[in-house]
Design a protein around this ligand. Structure first.
Ligand code: GAR
Length: 178
């Protein structure tokens, strides 16, 4: 059984989707935000949590908690992944991003799509490299952008697809790691 760590900075809905799919394979949740919903949700499930504030050597500090971990899933983690994680977990760090990459990398991708007048958007699960939202794509899902959409309604529609494809993509990668 491969062991998974999840990193997140926000509410943790993607963590919940992963937890429902992979149960006790999720061994650890790390957040750079002390009050993040993802930490509270993990604690409720009895999953060990760690708060590591941003700043110097964040990735070094996170690395020290990852002995025995096979796969890292970023789930709304709002910091760039750096060394030593990139080398030590090459091909074993995934991210979910709320757009059809390479369109709209970075923050508030659903807002970027709305402001751009896009007719459709979606979400992408990809491998993490040193860039921002640039790694190889594993799975994508499309959603329409409707004329009456607000930032909230579009993000909500995208998140329904995130929760569907993130576990699928993780399973695909776990199968490759075997
Ligand atoms: C998700 O929509 C995820 O795609 C996005 O943050 C949200 C986290 O929600 N990630 C990024 O924008 C990364 N660039 P969650 O905390 O409910 O899973």
């Amino acid at each position: 059984m491969k062991r998974i760590a999840v990193f997140g900075s926000g509410t943790g809905s993607n963590f919940v989707a992963l937890q429902e799919a992979f149960g006790s394979q999720i061994k650890l949740v790390i957040s750079d935000q002390k009050e993040a919903g993802i930490l509270q949700k993990a604690e409720k499930q009895g999953i060990p949590t760690i708060y590591e504030p941003g700043g110097r050597d964040l990735c070094q500090r996170m690395r020290s908690h990852l002995e025995g971990i096979d796969l890292i899933c970023l789930a709304g983690f709002m910091r760039l992944i750096k060394e030593p994680l990139l080398s030590d977990f090459e091909g074993r760090i995934l991210n979910i991003h709320p757009s059809l990459l390479p369109a709209y990398p970075g923050l508030y991708a659903w807002k970027q799509a709305l402001e751009d007048g896009a007719q459709e958007s979606g979400c992408t699960v990809h491998y993490v490299d040193a860039g921002m939202d640039t790694g190889e794509v594993i799975l994508q899902a499309r959603v329409p952008v409707l004329p009456e959409d607000t930032e909230e309604s579009l993000h909500e529609r995208i998140q329904v697809q995130e929760h569907r494809i993130y576990p699928q993509a993780v399973q695909m990668v776990l199968d490759l790691l075997d």
